[in-house]
Write a protein that binds this ligand. Structure first.
Ligand code: DAH
Length: 337
């Protein structure tokens, strides 16, 4: 009978296809309610003197079975491991899946670049509110209610008194009200105008600069602008000041940068002039200083304001401002480093 059990168990174990099945066979024979345990229970029915021999037989059988199962388990585990290694093999030579990487929007890039350039010259950043009062956006900037300059820009009014700021120049007033000279700030931000064509958008970004201290002159302004042009456009860029008019500066200038595309010789980008207008600037009007409690006999200052989209368009040869707000991925992904 014992031989039978051994044979039967070996056969069943051999045909087990995986370690789970083998375990079940093992339990059938060696488990707590398995065949060996059942045999041991029969001990009671056996004559006293035959018991030791019987017990030894069963124990031998159990040992044989255990050894047998152990061997088979080893074999099956090895087989399963080989199978796993074969099936889960990774081909490290396969090309990987590329993740689509986002890039900074060109306006953000230019904005960051401008901030870097001016921060390098010692400018601090100040951000003013987008909803402004008429006072900060116009009145304090020497543009009273009946001033014709208010017609220079069509404004989105929120209420009679509040509006979406049309220029970051409003930040000049907020800074001078709070801080005594020396002042050297850069104020980036969104501005809003009721304007819409290939080069104008109802919302765009400006970067305002303000420097107030003793003995500030137009030369300081031009020196700083030269540095700006060289850093942002090209090492050989030059600037040119043309007389202009803004209510908050006197004198006021319009600043041109030599055309980086033709080096100043004249091309379609600069319309044959060799120069491209990039910003407005000037010496802060005495009235504006007075409005903020700064003594114009003691202090003077210069200010400038530029359109970030305009700089981005010039730098990257973008011909329609709408491309900067439509966010077409095919356009944006061209601005990889
Ligand atoms: N605020 C002007 C505009 O939006 C730009 C400007 C011109 C800013 C001259 C200035 C400045 O600070 O001095 O058109």
């Amino acid at each position: 009978m014992e031989e039978n059990i051994l044979e039967e168990a070996s056969q069943e174990a051999e045909s087990a296809e995986n370690s789970r099945a083998l375990y079940e066979v093992k339990m059938k024979y060696l488990g707590r309610t398995g065949k060996i345990s059942l045999l041991l229970k029969k001990m009671k029915e056996i004559a006293q003197e035959e018991r030791p021999a019987f017990g030894k037989k069963i124990n031998d059988l159990r040992e044989k079975l255990e050894a047998h199962f152990e061997k088979l388990e080893e074999k099956i585990k090895q087989k399963e491991l080989e199978h796993k290694l074969k099936n889960e093999r990774i081909d490290v030579t396969m090309p990987g899946k590329r993740k689509k990487e986002g890039v900074l929007h060109p306006v953000t890039r230019v904005k960051n670049e401008l901030i870097d350039v001016f921060a390098g010259m010692g400018f601090e950043i100040y951000e003013g509110p987008e909803i402004e009062s008429e006072y900060y956006n116009f009145t304090a900037l020497n543009t009273p209610a009946d001033h014709p300059a208010r017609d220079m820009q069509d404004t989105f009014y929120v209420t009679d008194e509040f509006l979406l700021r049309t220029q970051t120049s409003a930040a000049q007033i907020r800074v001078m009200e709070k801080k005594k000279p020396p002042i050297k700030i850069l104020s980036p931000g969104r501005v809003f105008r009721s304007d819409d064509d290939a080069t104008h958008s109802p919302m765009f970004h400006q970067m305002e600069g303000l420097v107030v201290d003793k003995n500030i002159t137009l030369c300081d302004l031009q020196g700083m602008l030269d540095e700006f042009a060289r850093s942002v456009f090209s090492d050989s860029s030059k600037t040119r000041l043309r007389p202009s008019y803004f209510p908050f500066t006197e004198p006021s200038v319009e600043v041109d940068v030599s055309c980086a595309s033709c080096g100043g010789k004249g091309c379609s980008l600069c319309k044959g002039t060799g120069w491209i207008e990039v910003l407005g600037a000037g010496m802060v009007n005495r009235r504006v200083l007075e409005n903020c409690g700064v003594d114009p006999d003691e202090y003077s200052g210069f200010a400038f304001g530029m359109g970030v989209e305009r700089i981005a368009m010039l730098k990257y040869g973008i011909n329609n401002i709408k491309l900067l707000t439509e966010n077409d991925v095919r356009f944006l992904e061209q601005f990889k480093d």
